[in-house]
Ligand binder design. Structure first.
Ligand code: ADP
Ligand code: MG
Ligand code: MG
Length: 669
């Protein structure tokens, strides 16, 4: 009954849409519909058997949709720089009497309130709010993307502060929202408010630790993805993260290896639910390029920066109540949605599946997109020959066809009955279905059909930082780098296998200070910033984050000096200048080790806590004190000189002064 009603409502909507000539009205309707899809109506997810049976259908139509989109939009040009951040937050609940901290499963109650302003007047809001995987998470973005003015850098932090205040105003006593990458005791007994028991033998997750109620309940997408990933894989996901071995650390870590002898490794913190990864928070950025070529350039040039930014933003050393030997979420989240079968993972000979696949659908990118960078694609790009052929026939060039064909080795893991039959000329849902469930370090985003939005790339590796100041600093640093890359035509590209190697190094404990990373020797920096070195023979060498960010005499000028050189030629108002300098100083000092990463700060807090028994265990009390202190740092009431340094005050402002209209985007015709 419900099912048919929804179908007909959607088809009426489609008919009305076709009759609307005004693009503006169409877009508005789309927005409202997508908000409705997110919160008000439920949509009808197909069962795994139905979804599986339609895998080829989604693939075929998805590829046709991409070809149609590409044909229409390949020559689109003249878009200006626009960009925006996404910050995810955990709703934490403090029980001061019992000195406990839990995650509060109230995203479902908060989101409709957070979205009221958007629903009433979508064009004039300062923030947009979206659900995320965890029932305790929310995602906030600026109401509109930022533009090409240098002065925009000065409103990022103020907007983040606004978002935090807006969400905080809706909280109950004891609740706070925190931009922490991982809740340290996620998956421990009674870690949610209200508490729920995990159900290892039933439900969508079947975890020993993570109850289904921990998943956002307001839209079926998240639960559907969870069960479909498990069903496609043929078993539960298995996440094994090496425990940090302190003097009293017990090995085996706990009884997980007896509960799951085939999956859990005794010297690892074992996790068995999508929520352990997708329930983490991160900081993402999207940039609009002037044209497809520039978008491909940005995609390629930012890819080698992903591991560097991951190490610099490292913020998640604690999982399921244990200190681990990693500083970042990446491998956790990658394994948490790894839907590959045993055959695809190479554990059994191929029989029912087509390919042996090297990586999870959540991982580092596998190929560069610009034709001149093809030679650096040195790892296998698994793909279906027929899809590749079809894309080439459709006019897509080799590297882009390979990229799309590679994304399309994945099956759909979430399909709604309303979306099965589509108009491939005008819809892109099947393409987006596969595209949006390939969660890679970078995402190449084609313009949505019939919209004013251009070719974009998304930068996805960064971990969420505690304070708005830090999040703004990381955001501004990366956006400035894109401007420097384009203005100086820098080249950071190196073989993809080296980027992959860097991704693993970036996650190790203390990587920001102790690891070396492959880096290109000659990035083509202007000669007045970096004089050439004739004695250098090797194209790539290993450098510390400090060398890469701050420069190494006679070897590499450093990312910050390159940014400074770029900025020295720009007119900028005094306040923006001051804020940007504060942001760069934070990055510079983190890279140099003058101040520590969030991960190191969290570690130090735990190991210095009077209750810590040198056994890697983060108890209820340590967790409570840790989050209380972190929250104090967030709201500025507790100073944190080792994390932030002294001068972490910017001149951020909610509005751009009218007088400053100096454009920083390049002309592109
Ligand atoms: P996704 O969830 O696919 O990553 P979102 O729709 O949440 O993407 O938006 C991501 C970011 O893109 C937001 O920060 C938003 O401000 C920004 N954004 C929106 N429109 C544009 C645009 N035209 N160009 C660049 N960024 C944009
Ligand atoms: Mg988003
Ligand atoms: Mg995103």
């Amino acid at each position: 009954m419900n099912f048919f009603f929804r179908l007909s409502a959607v088809s009426i909507f489609n008919r009305v849409r076709k009759k609307l000539h005004s693009l503006h009205i169409t877009l508005n309707l789309f927005r409202v519909q997508s908000v409705n899809m997110g919160l008000l109506t439920e949509g009808s997810p197909l069962s795994w058997e139905e979804t599986k049976a339609l895998a080829e259908h989604v693939r075929q139509h998805g590829v046709e949709q991409f070809i149609n989109l590409y044909r229409k939009l390949q020559d689109r040009t003249g878009d200006v720089l626009k960009w925006g951040d996404e910050v995810e937050y955990v709703i934490v609940k403090f029980d001061d009497k019992n000195e406990r901290a839990t995650v509060s499963l109230r995203a479902n109650e908060l989101l409709p309130k957070l979205q009221e302003k958007e629903l009433a007047d979508p064009q004039n809001v300062k923030s947009l709010w979206r659900p995320e995987y965890g029932g305790y998470m929310v995602e906030g973005t600026p109401g509109k993307p930022y533009g090409g003015l240098l002065a925009h850098f000065n409103i990022v932090e103020a907007n983040m502060q606004y978002r935090r205040a807006e969400a905080s105003a809706l909280l109950q006593d004891g609740e706070v929202i925190m931009s922490i990458t991982n809740f340290p005791r996620l998956g421990c007994t009674n870690f949610t408010s209200p508490p729920y028991k995990p159900t290892p033998n039933e439900g969508v997750t079947r975890s020993h630790y993570f109850p289904d109620e921990g998943i956002y309940q307001g839209h079926p997408r998240f639960k559907t993805l969870t069960s479909n990933i498990r069903l496609r894989r043929g078993e539960k996901v298995a996440i094994n993260i090496p425990v940090f071995r302190d003097v009293n650390t017990k090995i085996p870590v706990d009884n997980s290896h007896t509960l799951e002898p085939d999956a859990a490794k005794p010297d690892c913190v074992y996790m068995d639910a999508m929520g352990f990864g997708m329930g983490c928070c991160c900081l993402q950025l999207t940039f609009q390029a002037c044209c497809i070529t520039e978008a491909r350039t940005l995609y390629d040039q930012l890819a080698p920066l992903c591991p560097i930014m991951l190490a610099l933003s490292a913020a998640s050393p604690i999982y399921r109540g244990y200190l681990t030997d990693v500083d970042c979420r990446w491998n956790v989240i990658s394994a948490s949605v790894d839907c590959r079968t045993r055959e695809e993972r190479g554990l059994e000979p191929l029989k029912n599946n087509k390919f042996r696949i090297q990586k999870s659908r959540y991982d580092s990118i596998d190929s560069y997109l610009s034709p001149q960078n093809e030679k650096y694609n040195d790892i296998p790009i698994v793909h279906d020959q027929n899809i590749y052929k079809r894309l080439r026939e459709g006019g897509i060039d080799h590297p882009l066809a390979l990229h799309v064909a590679h994304l399309f080795i994945r099956d759909t893991v979430s399909l709604f009955s309303e979306k099965v039959h589509q108009d491939d000329e005008n819809d892109t849902d099947h393409f987006e279905n596969i595209q949006s469930t390939n969660w890679q370090t970078m995402r190449f985003k084609p313009p949505p059909p019939n919209s004013s939005i251009g070719w974009r790339v998304e930068f996805r590796p960064c971990e969420a930082q505690l304070t708005d100041f830090e999040n703004a600093a990381y955001v501004c640093f990366v956006v400035l780098l894109t401007r420097v890359i384009l203005s100086y035509q820098l080249n950071f590209v190196m073989p993809i296998s080296k980027v992959d190697e860097n991704m693993q190094r970036a996650q190790r404990r203390g990587a920001c200070l102790n690891e070396k990373f492959w880096w290109r020797r000659d990035v083509g920096a202007p000669r007045d910033v970096a004089p050439p070195h004739s004695d250098a023979t090797d194209e790539y060498h290993e450098m510390s984050i400090n060398d890469i960010v701050n420069g190494k005499e006679g070897v590499f000028p450093g990312l910050i000096p390159l940014i400074e050189s770029y900025l020295s030629g720009m007119d900028v108002d005094a306040d923006t200048h001051c804020s940007v300098q504060q942001y760069l100083k934070l990055i510079q000092r983190r890279a140099a080790g003058d101040i520590v990463t969030t991960a190191s700060w969290l570690r130090a807090f735990v190991t210095n806590h009077p209750h810590y028994k040198k056994d890697s265990v983060v108890t209820e009390k340590i967790n409570y004190d840790l989050l209380k202190t972190a929250h104090g740092i967030q709201d500025g009431s507790i100073p944190a000189p080792t994390l932030l340094g002294g001068g972490n005050v910017s001149k951020t402002n909610e509005d751009i002064p009218k007088a400053f209209t100096k454009m920083m985007s390049r002309d592109c015709s």
